[in-house]
Write a protein that binds this ligand. Sequence first.
Ligand code: FAD
Length: 476
Amino acid sequence: MSETCDAAIVGSGPNGLAAALVLARAGLQVEIFEAMDSIGGGCRTQELTLPGFHHDVCSTVQSMVNLSPFFADVDVEKRGVRLLRPEVAFAHPLDGGRAAVVEGGVERTSAGLGSDGPAYARLMTPFVDMASSLVATVLAPLRSPPRNPVLMGRFALAGLPSATHLVKRFSTPETQALLGGVSAHAMLALEKPLTAAFGVFLTTTAHADGWPVIEGGSVGLVEALASDVVDAGGIVHTGRWIKSLNELPAARAVLFDTSTETLASVAGDRLGARYRSALGRFQHAPGVCKVDWALDGPVPWTAPACRRAGTVHVGGTFEEVASAEADVLAGRHPEQPFCIVVQPSVMDNSRAPQGKATLWAYCHVPNGSTVDMTSRIEAQIERFAPGFKDLVLARTTTTAMQGEEHNPNYVGGDINGGAGTFRQTVFRPTMRWNSYRTGAKGIYLCSASTPPGGGVHGMCGLGAAKAVLADLTHSS
Ligand SMILES: Cc1cc2nc3c(=O)[nH]c(=O)nc-3n(C[C@H](O)[C@H](O)[C@H](O)COP(=O)(O)OP(=O)(O)OC[C@H]3O[C@@H](n4cnc5c(N)ncnc54)[C@H](O)[C@@H]3O)c2cc1C
């Protein structure tokens, strides 16, 4: 560790690396301090079950890497990163072998939605036609003026209401379940405002870039970013769990790719009392209980389209999904949880030995849960893929609280760095014009607890780095 540097960054998740890269490229001397023995936060890949089975510990579906303005300036392909796309971005099976899918463009998908096809095309076409503009605006801090006010007005009309309201436009259980499942990524009760926005936004990214995965595992993405940081003169330290500012070099700027709790405890009195008390009111999302499997072969979904999908939303009808999510929000563990199932082996045969497969699924649980949901998750998959359990060679379960042990940013198992409530979508973590500044000179937050929130897009890091550069220019 040097005695001084320009910017010290605590945490090497995608946002910490994004901030580091922008600052290093601007000529600043940057050092990253990562608690764990390997870099990457939510983009690590490990043999969690058996030798030869490579599991993404957290993120797999890199739906925003090709669409995020941060990644537009990073050539990850030159570092050997390959994005692999499934034929079906996501599928939603129902009992009786039926399934609705998002596959290719709007035309192809609406053709598969029967009588709901025209209504689906009317909803999605304007957003998919302008996907890069929509994604750039949604991922930018809300204080910047929208690039395309007409498009954003239309998005607000569709997205501000609840998912429950959105699905009333459709008459078939298939389309309603399809849009309900994707909206449930919000981790909010589906009758809450803004849940439709999550569904419409994520579906737009599915049409625009097909929800790809990184060949070999998500770790490839963060290794590429870290190599760029090092090439730009940055230094990366691992195995350095920072508990006090004294453990860092004297720096003009310290950026926290951490939870708000870690920011408050490490920066302590350097933060103003009002800011600290506002951080104390920051609300976390529910947690997740995740299971990783090594399988003897692909999942035998009854609905053939699910066998071609990267992601399968498992939970039955819209009403069933809504009821499971309502249970979680009320502090209960649903008997029949809504499960997000990701099957990387469908498009990436490097994840498992020949003929075998890796699979993961998580379901939402109350924040802080220690309940093992394995049997309930497996029962839900078995419901739509009889014979699934017979294929299990090995499994590893991570409860919500074990998730926090693996990554201190996942407080109580919250993988999104904070609840996606209306207030916290606009202002996170506190009500400030610039969310990346903490009010304390030289201290910034750059994690998913700032806008635009969870996901691998690097935009929190980019936003914080811009604030640092503006402040340093101003003060010099
Ligand atoms: C099971 C699961 C599945 C997911 N699936 C997807 C997906 O498919 N697609 C998607 O886009 N997103 C997904 N996500 C979310 C995504 O991983 C996160 O939103 C993203 O990683 C957040 O990036 P970040 O840089 O803000 O923080 P993180 O990636 O959490 O990185 C923070 C880093 O800071 C380090 N750190 C924390 N405190 C300290 C300290 N005191 N000292 C030193 N280092 C510290 C941590 O060890 C960690 O490495 C998933 C998450 C989980 C858990």
